[in-house]
Design a protein around this ligand. Structure first.
Ligand code: NAD
Ligand code: TYD
Length: 344
């Protein structure tokens, strides 16, 4: 990964969890110019880019992907675009779906329009395995129909339809990745694994939705970024690529592993009311991506230990933003939802 295959990449949502890791990867790959466009919502932070903001190759622009003027400025001179920017939390989408349509669908459309106008050579849209809906058995290939079941997944699926429409209608060279559940350093503590870790570190319980037997495939963030890089460099325009990890676990197993790693008492796992429309299982077949030479390198136990070590060391990163986001969000939206009454 040392060839500077692009002169300038636009990375939207580069101040978020996966996007910030991808910025570091692009720089390590020798890309001479990296532009980051990020609205810095509650989910984004310049702290996520602390190691690279002073790098002369990095230009950070605070702005909205749904704003054509901001996008025109950010995309100028770029030969590749990677779109991470999104509203990403399923629970929030159940309560505020409009924000998801605005950023995830309309914002993607604004990016596509500008990419077409400027003749961008590679447009990679970061999507999710949640677009398939729940996969009760086996695994799905990229040719399966999209059957999203919650507003977040529906907004990601709608965005994908526009991305592929720009390929078939206008020939924009698009690529789509559909990654599975991702975890690692710098993930906002509203998501399950960092929520569980930071709760245990502050003496709070892990709220486990329903029976805890919902199954996810867990991908370490650096593996996810290498997969996106592989598709960006070697993928075939007009194609979608699933990204899986082969590390399927029911949520209760993840919770138990974290209790063990943090030396907590098993009673710290508390069953709470289930999420409405909670997808039981996701599972993708990623042989198309394997054929491009990618495979995951970090197994779940190793990745989880690395993640716990990072959260232990970086209270400075998570404690204020966790408290602020949780106070505003849970007070407003989760009143009366069993199991959330004890959240700060
Ligand atoms: P995140 O919530 O941590 O980061 C999202 C970033 O986008 C933030 O920096 C935020 O400020 C920015 N943003 C939000 N709205 C914006 C707007 N209108 N304009 C510009 N910037 C905006 O998300 P993440 O977990 O890093 O996910 C990144 C992408 O990967 C998303 O598209 C998500 O759907 C996809 N994905 C995530 C996972 C996962 O498990 N985290 C799995 C598969 C796919
Ligand atoms: P999440 O991190 O929100 O990702 P997604 O919904 O996109 O898969 O949740 C991962 C799993 O953990 C999902 O099955 C919901 C469950 N979950 C809990 O049991 N408790 C929680 O507090 C959260 C946030 C999630």
């Amino acid at each position: 990964m040392s060839d500077a295959v692009f002169r300038r990449i636009l990375i939207t949502g580069g101040a978020g969890f996966i996007g910030s890791h991808f910025v570091r990867l692009a720089l390590a790959a020798g890309i001479p110019s990296v532009v980051v466009l990020d609205k810095l919502t509650y989910a984004g932070s310049l702290l996520n880019l602390e190691e690279v903001l002073d790098d002369p190759r990095v230009r950070f622009l605070e702005g909205d992907i749904a704003d054509p003027a901001a996008v025109a400025e950010a995309m100028a001179g770029c030969d590749a675009v990677v779109n991470f920017a999104a509203e990403t939390h399923v629970d929030r989408s159940l309560l505020e779906p409009a924000a998801f349509i605005r950023t995830n669908v309309w914002g993607t459309m604004v990016l596509l329009e500008q990419a077409l106008r400027l003749g961008v050579g590679r447009f990679l849209h970061v999507s999710t395995d949640e677009v398939y809906g729940e996969v009760l058995s086996g695994s799905v290939s990229e040719d399966e129909p999209l059957r999203p079941r919650n507003p977040y997944a529906a907004s990601k699926a709608a965005a994908e339809h526009f991305v592929f429409a720009y390929w078939t209608s206008y020939g924009l060279p698009v690529l789509v990745t559909r990654g599975c559940n991702t975890y690692g350093p710098y993930q906002h503590p509203e998501k399950f694994i960092p929520l569980a870790i930071t709760n245990l570190l502050t003496g709070r319980p892990i709220p486990l939705y329903g029976d805890g037997l919902h199954e996810r495939d867990w991908l370490y963030v650096e593996d996810h970024c290498r997969a996106i890089w592989t598709v960006l460099v070697r993928g075939e325009p007009g194609q979608a690529y699933n990204i899986g990890a082969g590390q399927h676990r029911p949520n209760i197993a993840v919770a138990r592993a974290l209790v063990r790693l943090l030396g907590a008492d098993p009673s710290a796992i508390v069953h709470v009311a289930d999420r409405p429309g909670h997808d039981r299982r996701y599972a993708v077949d990623w042989s198309r991506l394997r054929a491009l030479g990618w495979r995951p390198m970090v197994d779940f136990e190793d990745g989880l230990a690395r993640t716990v070590a990072w959260y232990r060391a970086r209270t400075d990163w998570w404690s204020a933003r966790r408290d602020a986001a949780f106070a505003a969000y849970y007070a407003r939206n989760y009143q009366g939802r069993e199991g959330y009454r004890n959240q700060p």
